[in-house]
Design a protein around this ligand. Structure first.
Ligand SMILES: [Zn+2]
Length: 276
């Protein structure tokens, strides 16, 4: 599943290749994504210039003067951008092509849990869209710090790992990054979130920013095949220290990394380095 770093890398690649370009045409080969692609989307976008691409959580927000194209990659989606004439023949899972002046953006999504929706400027700011309105704070924004995390977890008796995954205290910290951040901060993933004090919240917030930042710098790592938006095949570039490494030696203390299941998701951690 594409995680926040992959979406951010996609955003950066697409921005570099598409910002300021006008849409020539939209071709929808399969409108049945998580929600139907609007029938009028082609007419809405034709001739309009893409001003900027922002990200909110794992949503990409393609900003045009008259509204915002909201896209989500779901479980298996990816965007690739090709220069004119370089796109390969369309495959069975390529559902949407947006052709711009001198470039083509193609949405591929085998399982079709992704989304492509339009939010007209006349309806107000896109932040108020039902899909975006309740998202937690962005982990890479200056507003996210230990105090914010401390205040957001005071009433949460669930484990800190599960609270991170729930996305309401902070958005976009997926399963890999939750394990890695908790290891980095030296916090037992089973600890009830409300028992974290301000100092450990500060350490965890810093760890989340560091781990996500490293993954973005590494080109949006993931444990499965991933293709970045410019068409280059991605690599598993993040050096995971605990995730997927049960039985291996902890890189800090040398004891075996453990695997447990929390809320049906695997957690990897070191029982010596991570404390309650
Ligand atoms: Zn250890």
């Amino acid at each position: 599943m594409p995680e926040l770093p992959e979406v951010e890398v996609t955003r950066r690649c697409m921005t570099a290749m598409l910002q300021g370009r006008a849409v020539r045409a939209l071709r929808v080969y399969e409108p049945r994504l998580r929600w139907p692609v609007p029938r009028t989307l082609g007419a809405t976008l034709a001739g309009r210039s893409l001003q900027r691409i922002d990200r909110r959580g794992k949503y990409l927000l393609w900003r045009f003067e008259h509204g915002v194209l909201i896209s989500h990659l779901g479980m298996t989606g990816s965007w690739r951008v090709y220069r004119d004439g370089q796109a390969p023949e369309r495959g069975p899972h390529d559902h949407v092509d947006i052709s711009f002046d001198a470039a083509l953006a193609r949405l591929t999504d085998p399982r079709r849990f992704g989304a492509l929706l339009w939010h007209a400027a006349a309806k107000g700011g896109v932040e108020g869209h039902p899909l975006l309105a309740s998202l937690g704070v962005e982990p890479l924004d200056p507003g996210f710090d230990g105090m914010q995390l401390y205040l957001a977890t005071r009433r949460r008796s669930a484990s800190i790992k599960q609270v991170l995954l729930s996305g309401d205290a902070v958005v976009g910290v997926g399963n890999i990054y939750a394990s890695e951040s908790l290891f980095d901060a030296g916090i037992d993933p089973r600890l009830p979130a409300r028992r974290l004090g301000p100092i450990r919240c500060a350490r965890l917030a810093a760890a989340i920013r560091r781990v996500l930042g490293e993954a973005i710098d590494a080109g949006g790592s993931t444990l499965r095949d991933y293709a970045s938006a410019d068409g280059a095949e991605g690599q598993y570039a993040l050096q995971a220290r605990v995730y997927g490494r049960d039985g291996s030696d902890c890189p800090v203390c040398g004891r075996p990394i453990r695997r447990i299941v929390q809320g049906q998701r695997a957690t990897y951690w070191c029982a010596r380095c991570q404390r309650r």
